[in-house]
Design a protein around this ligand. Structure first.
Ligand SMILES: O=C(O)CCC(=O)C(=O)O
Length: 201
């Protein structure tokens, strides 16, 4: 990655609390993540509060995901954005097959960072992720958001939609408020996520 490109990403990440690295993973790697992710669905409970479309702990059932969580190329980039070493916690597979599978506005943790790889193209029609720009800098204001409560932030002026192509990767602070809406057209909308702790600089 060019130094100027990294600098732009660092600037966006610092201001918005998220940034997209376009085309970060090649098509063959994306296909492997899809196939292995689908295989884990049968082997893991779908957990995470009320959500039926989140499968956590992929690294426990497939060493491919363990290696990716710990040593994938995303770790170095996330470290450069977070300005601290990401400490791996878990990896998850997100599906979204229908209009009921929404994810309410929430933040993931009080410290750390997250990567989310688009395994399919996603936009508003199939339920892409949305962020509140800069919410990582206004934690008290958004302390009320909870994954098990609906809060409609769709008209918030700081809303940003993470429209992505398969292979693009989102990187965000665990404190940045995000959510995803319904899958209106029923097209596949799968994502692979890794969560890292680590003190903020
Ligand atoms: O995939 C989604 O719809 C939500 C993802 C999410 O909340 C996360 O990665 O923390």
């Amino acid at each position: 990655m060019l130094a100027a490109e990294l600098k732009n990403m660092q600037t966006s990440f610092a201001a918005d609390g998220f940034v997209i690295a376009q085309g970060f993973f090649a098509a063959d790697m994306v296909e492997e993540m899809r196939q292995r992710g689908e295989q884990t669905l049968a082997q893991r409970d779908r957990i995470s509060g009320n959500y039926t479309n989140v499968t956590k702990g992929l690294e426990k059932v497939d060493s491919f995901f363990a290696e990716l969580l710990h040593d994938g190329p995303q770790v170095a980039l996330l470290q450069q954005l977070m300005a601290t070493k990401p400490v791996p916690v878990t990896s998850s597979f997100f599906t979204k097959n229908n209009t009921a599978e929404i994810v309410n506005p929430h933040f993931d943790a009080h410290t750390g960072g997250v990567i989310w790889v688009a395994l399919d193209d996603c936009d508003d029609t199939n339920g892409c992720i949305h962020f509140l720009r800069g919410s990582h800098l206004r934690q008290q204001e958004f302390a009320y958001v909870r994954p098990d409560r609906s809060n409609d932030l769709s008209n918030h002026p700081d809303k940003g939609a993470a429209v992505m192509k398969a292979g693009d990767m989102l990187l965000f602070r665990a404190t940045t408020v995000h959510w995803s809406g319904p899958n209106f057209d029923g097209s596949p909308r799968r994502g692979f996520n890794c969560f890292y702790t680590g003190e903020t600089a």
